[in-house]
Design a protein around this ligand. Structure first.
Ligand code: EPU
Length: 419
């Protein structure tokens, strides 16, 4: 038996939607909280499976976890540094943030290889390079990393690629290290600023987050604090694309428009009518939209996480659209599923070309990864007939109540158990 999402397409969406807290910030903030020596109150936590998995890992570490509506209280007062060789670690990518957090706090961590979506090769060599630069010894055996240091000492680390994960992991490993750590060519994503804000509220000394040079002056202790998570720019982007694809009018609330400028300007280039407010964006129905070219880049460039959802909209656009993903070469599994639904797509090496406009038709499709799932939900809403999406656990890892939000906007979406 497995759960599927079914969508009866062709219904115009209308109304308002509130965006949840950022998944990719949350999955770093939760491990970061264990660096404190008192309770950390994180609010705006999205209800997603990745958070459930991280809470499970916290409980293995004897961390007290309390959920109160959208607040998670993480109290590491009685924490124990237990080896993380359980299967739950492989359920998500972000479990690797326990590397930096536990190394920073205890000078020792043993943890299984992380999991997450397959998007092409996703090495963690830069995380390791950072830990080693701080004085740690890293070993890999029987599917587990053992990272240890008798004494962590600040150093200068140049990242060959501006990796989000490596930047956050090194920040966490360095908060207690002796002296100053400098991360050069650091990633600049808003989620990094959010993690640095939490660390600083806990008493750390992190400067420059959001620029490509971050410095961390080691401190001797960190205390508990309260933190509100930033809105999810990828969820906001997904709803924007959805609105452009099939809404009469949709107001998207709890957005930081600056965080998705690369998308809003691309949508405007396509001919989508948008009204950008202070913390909301309204999308109006447009008669005709045009094909565009998109190349994904690290922030503030066009987010790789939004190129798959955008391909669904591109099938409705007049003319040719071309997508190049410079971050993940194999993030195009959604294109095969769209082809099944009638899209005209040519899949290249790290790229795809879409010829539109074409009408999509409901079919049985597979959410091979999280953002492929988002793409298929959008395609299902646009399609004629019923779309059945399998492997929906990928969608539930990252989208908070996607069905409920869509139902309130008038979509015909429901879940069923099938053999
Ligand atoms: N890379 C390396 N070596 C490393 C680390 C990264 O070569 O040690 C490469 C990667 O293979 C990739 C590029 O550097 O080509 C960027 O990877 P990055 O480390 O920035 O990605 P990540 O931290 O693993 C996060 C998000 C992803 C998002 C990317 C890029 C989380 C948990 N994941 O991944 O989100 O696509 O940044 O913005 O924050 C998603 O939400 O669907 C998702 C996959």
């Amino acid at each position: 038996m497995q759960e599927v999402i079914k969508i009866e397409g062709g219904k115009k969406l209308k109304g308002e939607v509130k965006i949840s807290g950022s998944k990719n910030a949350t999955v770093a903030l939760i491990p970061a909280a264990v660096l404190a020596n008192g309770p950390v109150y994180i609010s705006g936590v999205p209800e997603i499976a990745d958070v459930t998995s991280l809470a499970e890992i916290l409980r293995i570490l004897n961390v007290d976890v309390t959920e109160k509506e959208d607040m998670l209280i993480v109290d590491p007062t009685n924490m124990k540094n237990i080896d993380l060789d359980q299967d739950v670690v492989t359920r998500l990518r972000a479990s690797y943030y326990f590397m930096g957090a536990l190394l920073g706090k205890y000078g020792y961590v043993r943890i299984k290889m992380p999991g997450g979506c397959y998007l092409g090769p996703r090495p963690i060599d830069l995380h390791i390079k950072g830990f080693e630069a701080l004085g740690a010894k890293v070993e890999y055996d029987r599917g587990c990393y053992t990272i240890q240091a008798s004494h962590l000492k600040g150093n200068k680390i140049f990242l060959d690629i501006s990796s989000v994960g490596a930047t956050i992991n090194i920040m966490m490993a360095a908060v207690y290290a002796e002296g100053k750590t400098t991360i050069e060519n650091a990633a600049k994503e808003p989620e990094i600023i959010d993690v640095a804000t939490l660390l600083n509220n806990m008493g750390a000394n992190v400067k420059g987050a959001g620029t490509n040079v971050i410095t961390i002056e080691g401190v001797s202790t960190l205390h508990g604090c309260a933190h509100e998570i930033i809105p999810d720019r990828i969820e906001a982007g997904t709803f924007l694309i959805m609105a452009a694809a099939c809404a009469e009018e949709m107001k998207i609330n709890n957005v930081i428009p600056k965080h998705i400028e690369a998308l809003t300007s691309k949508l405007q280039e396509m001919g989508v009518k948008l009204e950008i407010g202070v913390d909301s964006i309204t999308v109006y129905e447009s008669d005709e939209i045009h094909g565009v070219d998109v190349t994904t880049k690290p922030y503030p460039g066009f987010a790789t996480d939004l190129q798959q959802p955008l391909t669904a909209l591109m099938t409705r656009a007049t003319g040719e659209s071309h997508v190049v993903d410079t971050i993940y070469s194999e993030r195009f599994k959604n294109c095969q599923e769209l082809q099944r639904m009638g899209a005209k797509i040519e899949i290249g090496q790290g790229s795809c070309t879409i010829d539109g406009p074409t009408q999509l038709y409901g079919d049985k499709v597979v959410a091979t990864d999280l953002r492929c799932g988002a793409c298929l939900v959008i395609a299902g809403l646009m399609a004629e007939g019923i779309t059945e999406i399998r492997d929906v656990h990928h969608i539930d890892r990252g989208y908070d109540d996607i069905d409920g939000k869509l139902k309130r906007l008038g979509a015909r979406i429901y879940r069923e158990m099938i053999d």
